[in-house]
Design a protein around this ligand. Structure first.
Ligand code: ASP
Length: 343
C-alpha cells in the first residue's frame, strides 16, 4: 500500500500563540495569522500538507462564546471530506471548554481534531508555542494503513496529548498548564511519540459525521460554599428562562442537608429543570448516596455528573438541551458517556 500524505487544516482562532506585544501599552493582542507561519519555517519539514484558515478577527479565548464553537465546527464540517486531520489554535484560558463542546458537537467524528495553544507567544525566545504546534500537527498526521490513528477531539500541551473533554486548565504560568485527572494521557511526546492506543476513543466506524450546532446557553453554574444563602440560590434557581443547572458540590457530591436547600432543588427539578451534581474536586467522582449529605439529592432526582469535569458538564448540558430530549430520558442520557467524557 502506498502511503498517502495527510492533509492537515490549521485553524487559528486567537490566543497567546499568535499574539504580539502592543508597543504602546505592552498588552498582548492577536495579530495576523499569516505571520505565524512565517515564524515557524520548520512546519515545511513536516510530512503532511498544511493549509491554514483563521477567524477574521482572532480573539483572546476569554471572549469565547458558543457562536464561535459553531464557527469552528462549521470549518471542520466544510473541510471534513478533504482533510485528514485538524489542528485548532486557541487561547489556553477557555480551551478546555471549546474542545469539550466540539467533542459533543462532532458526533461520529472519525478524524483527529487537536486543540493547542501556548503560554508564551510564538515570537518569545523561550516560547512553548513551537513544540506544541509542531507535535500537534504530527499527532493529527498519524496514520495507520492510510487511516487516522486518532478519531476524537483532543488537546495537546507540553508533551502530553489528552482527551479534550477530560481536561482542565490548572496553571496560569507553568508550561504544563493542563491536566486530565480522571483519564490517562492519550499520548506522550519524548524522544518518541508514544500513543497509548488502548486509551483512544473508538467511534462507530459505520456512522457518518453529524455536526450538532444547536446549543442552549440558558444554564447556570453554581459552586457551593459554606454559608451560601437561600436568597442568592433562590434568585439563581428561579431565573426566568433557566433550562438547567450544574451544581458544584463538595467531595463525592455532598451538600448541606438544610431543608430549604433540598426543597429548593426539589422544586427546581419538579419544574423540569435538570440539576447535574459535579464535584468541586479536581479529581475523583460524585457518588450520590455514599454519605447522608448526598443521599437526599439522589432521592429527589439530581443527575450524577460522575467524574466529568465542570467544563465538559457545562458543554454536555448545553448540547443535550439543544437536542430536545424527552424529559423522562434526559437523566439517563446525561449519565451515559457519549464521547468518553465520564467513566
Ligand atoms: N488569554 C489568552 C487566551 O486564552 C491566554 C492563552 O492564550 O494562553 O486567549
Amino acid at each position: 500500500m502506498t502511503k498517502t500524505i495527510p492533509n492537515i487544516l490549521l485553524i487559528y482562532t486567537g490566543g497567546t500563540i499568535g499574539m504580539i506585544k502592543d508597543p504602546e501599552t505592552g498588552a498582548l493582542r492577536a495579530f495576523d495569522f499569516t505571520n505565524l507561519l512565517d515564524r515557524i519555517p520548520e512546519l515545511k519539514l513536516l510530512d503532511c500538507n498544511i493549509t491554514t484558515t483563521s477567524f477574521d478577527q482572532p480573539i483572546d479565548s476569554s471572549n469565547m462564546e458558543p457562536k464561535y464553537w459553531v464557527a469552528i465546527a462549521e470549518i471542520i464540517e466544510k473541510n471534513y471530506s478533504t482533510c485528514d486531520g485538524f489542528v485548532v489554535l486557541h487561547g489556553s484560558d477557555t480551551m478546555s471548554y471549546t474542545a469539550s463542546a466540539l467533542s459533543f458537537m462532532l458526533e461520529h467524528l472519525a478524524k483527529p481534531v487537536v486543540f493547542t495553544g501556548s503560554q508564551l507567544p510564538i515570537g518569545d525566545l523561550r516560547t512553548d508555542a513551537k513544540e506544541n504546534l509542531i507535535t500537534s500537527i504530527q499527532v493529527a498526521s498519524l496514520q495507520h494503513y492510510n487511516k487516522p490513528v486518532i478519531k476524537e477531539v483532543c488537546l495537546y500541551f507540553e508533551y502530553k496529548l489528552y482527551r479534550a473533554n477530560r481536561t482542565t486548565k490548572i496553571n496560569a504560568e507553568h508550561f504544563e498548564a493542563f491536566a486530565s485527572l480522571n483519564y490517562p494521557d492519550l499520548a506522550e511526546s519524548g524522544v518518541h511519540l508514544k500513543v497509548n492506543s488502548e486509551r483512544l476513543f473508538k467511534p462507530n466506524a459505520r456512522k457518518e459525521l453529524v455536526v450538532h450546532k444547536c446549543l442552549d446557553e440558558n444554564i447556570a453554574l453554581v459552586k457551593l460554599f459554606p454559608g451560601i444563602s437561600e436568597r442568592l440560590l433562590g434568585c439563581i434557581f428561579n431565573t426566568p428562562g433557566l433550562k438547567g443547572v450544574i451544581l458544584e458540590t463538595y467531595g463525592a457530591g455532598n451538600c448541606t442537608t438544610e431543608k430549604w436547600f433540598v426543597d429548593l432543588l426539589k422544586e427546581t427539578i419538579t419544574r423540569g429543570i435538570p440539576i447535574i451534581n459535579v464535584t468541586q474536586c479536581s479529581g475523583g467522582s460524585v457518588m450520590m448516596g455514599q454519605y447522608e449529605t448526598s443521599e437526599k439529592l439522589k432521592r429527589i432526582g439530581l443527575i450524577s455528573g460522575k467524574d466529568i469535569t465542570t467544563e465538559a458538564a457545562i458543554c454536555k448540558l448545553m448540547y443535550l438541551l439543544g437536542q430536545n430530549i424527552a424529559p423522562n430520558l434526559f437523566k439517563t442520557i446525561y449519565e451515559t458517556a457519549l464521547r468518553g467524557e465520564m467513566s
